[in-house]
Design a protein around this ligand. Structure first.
Ligand SMILES: [Zn+2]
Length: 231
């Protein structure tokens, strides 16, 4: 079944904007806001920002559930300007995809930031499970391992860029850029899929450059199934 490029109007709650912040402007706000947060964490005394609640969010951050690994405070924004969905790694299961699609297609955010963090225990655990040959694991963890260990699979043989977290973020970014449900928005530039890695100590985010993503084990990553929207 063909994927419709947008959600029907009757699905949209009242009060949401019909436009979205230009994606380049949305990225610039995230970069600037994190710069401010990092300076505050370094002890600088900055003038208070605008504390008035935002009418609607302009960005969605897809980050890891571990303490401090993702959150609105990383961007020193006004309340309500940024939303977060947090899973282990993060990973892109059906519920996470539905949250991303809701933010992009219903709430009209201008940017989705896939955010990893340097000291990620979840990515390490998934990589360990992959190295062990993916033994049977309880519940949904067996299906989660390949989604959270994608970066370890992408490491070059020479180890020149042996950074599983960056590899993981790039793999997820590539998966979202290729998601059928978001193609109309991403190809037209209305929605940006960005990637970043948080330094757990400085609280600064290294925003990844925008080079094309290599395809990482596409056959192993779950495909977006539109029939599971909202599941
Ligand atoms: Zn983590």
């Amino acid at each position: 079944m063909a994927v419709p490029p947008s959600v029907p109007d009757w699905m949209r709650p009242e009060g949401l904007p019909t436009h979205r912040m230009p994606s380049a402007q949305a990225l610039q706000r995230l970069v600037a806001g994190n710069g401010r947060h990092r300076r505050e964490c370094a002890g600088e005394n900055l003038a208070p920002g605008d504390a008035a609640p935002a009418a609607f969010p302009f960005a969605l951050v897809v980050g890891c559930l571990e303490p401090g690994a993702a959150g609105e405070e990383l961007f020193a924004e006004r309340p309500g300007a940024i939303e977060c969905v947090r899973t282990a790694g993060p990973s892109l299961g059906a519920d996470t995809m539905a949250a991303i699609e809701y933010a992009a297609l219903v709430q009209n955010v201008g940017i989705v930031l896939v955010l990893g963090h340097r000291n990620c225990g979840a990515v390490t655990a998934a990589g360990n499970a992959r190295s062990a040959g993916r033994p049977p694991l309880p519940g949904a963890l067996g299906d989660w391992v390949p989604t959270a260990a994608a970066g370890t699979a992408a490491l070059p043989a020479d180890g020149a860029a042996a950074d599983p977290v960056t590899g993981h973020v790039r793999a997820l970014r590539a998966q979202l850029r290729g998601a059928d449900s978001l193609l109309t928005l991403t190809r037209s530039g209305q929605l940006k899929i960005a990637g970043g890695v948080l330094d757990d100590d400085t609280r600064g985010i290294d925003f990844l450059s925008d080079e094309p993503d290599e395809v990482v084990e596409a056959a192993e990553l779950p495909r977006t199934d539109p029939s599971r929207y909202g599941s």
